[in-house]
Design a protein around this ligand. Sequence first.
Ligand code: BG6
Length: 484
Amino acid sequence: MPKIPPAPCLFVMFGGTGDLMERKILPTLYQLAASGMLNNKFHILGIARDESIDDAKFRIWARKALAGTKGKTAAKIRQWCDAHLHYQPVAQTDPAAYERLAMRLSTLERATGLPGNRVFYLALPPGAFPGTIESLGKAGLNTSTGWTRLVIEKPFGRDLKSAQDLNLLAHKYFEETQIYRIDHYLGKETVQNLLAFRFGNALFEPLWNRDHIESVQITVAESLGIEDRAGYYENAGALRDMVQNHLTQLLTLTAMEAPAAFEADAIRYEKVKVLRSLAPITDDNVVFGQYAASKDKKMQGYRDEPGVAARSQMETFVALRLEIENWRWQGVPFILRTGKRMPRRVTEIAIQFRKPPIALFRALDGENPHTNSLVITVQPDEGFELSFEVKVPGEGFSLKTQRMAFRYADVFGPLPDGYETLLMDVIEGDQTLFVHADEAEASWQFYTPLLDKKPKPHPYPAGTCGPKAADEMGEACGTNWRPL
Ligand code: BG6
């Protein structure tokens, strides 16, 4: 919690009446304001196309969105909305609308005593990013009398070319130090804790390499299907939606070298190095899947979801085996999987250590000891678990696997939402948890060849762990997927 509230600012929200604003951004900003984390001079200007909305209607809409806020009365919410929320209609790329916007910003800042610090948050469909950035730039809104920051929600591009084009356009008007590309996984406490865990402890780092680690397994499993997002998902699929961003962030944070300093650029530089060391993916190292109806028919298949094409080939599951070709990781398989409609929701990173060099106990109990593992649970039930072997007391000499566990909830209570961290960082100007231009491009560069020749998805019944072919791929590199 900052001791001094951050600088006053105007938070300009494109997609101001959209789903993300309603579910996440507005409630989070309200909570931050209510707990004294924001400057009293913090104002929100909602932007959408709808010209029939004015300040009063926007405030009523916002009050409804905030109605469920715990511990806050309707009067308190109303008071805050009336004092801090404003609305401006802007048709997407109409230059006159952007001129009006520029005037509105100046008037609002004068009236509320703001120094010109501005956040432009783009929570828009990806097709609207270029036009909006260009229009902001042309209207001179890339600079102000204070600082100006541009926040771009995911997805940042849909392949290498589009990400490069978007970077080029953004850099035409904004410096990289002004641009905040969101990957909400970076806001999760447990994801940030990967840095603390690896580089704040002397215990693990000496073991964190090919000499001691047999394999690394990263799972992001979801029990939900695509819900009502067919329009988006039919153009995205799991590789774009989850792998290129969220799983790849988990991969780079797990595999990166220690940064020279705990600073945004130093950390992002090390992550890019991992991406550039990835060996190209070959056909036998990737499996795509698509959920079909569940065995009991209670959950429908992907192709039966409203809005999905009857013969859609879009993947809802991806399993990959990756190789990082550097001194630390050469020869260690990193296996990644993600899927919708899997048996449960879990995100975890499992580090499987190598066997002891000598099988000292094999002759005694006829079995090899299990290898040690460290499982970092990113969500839910955040924490980690280290497994090790002990001798079973009594006669003979048999071994049993035991676990040492740490759960965040036991020590710290509920964890803050990732957006809380990310929004505070934008307002305070810390880019550590945002994706750098180079990082976005390096990631797309790696995945674009696979996007160009996507394999056909194997069907898997909803509620199961994915297609058999993914198990076979795991077995082929000597690893079994952890049960879900
Ligand atoms: C989003 C994807 O980025 O992440 C969704 O678009 C996915 O498809 C979601 O469900 C998962 O996020 P979380 O935080 O619930 O793991």
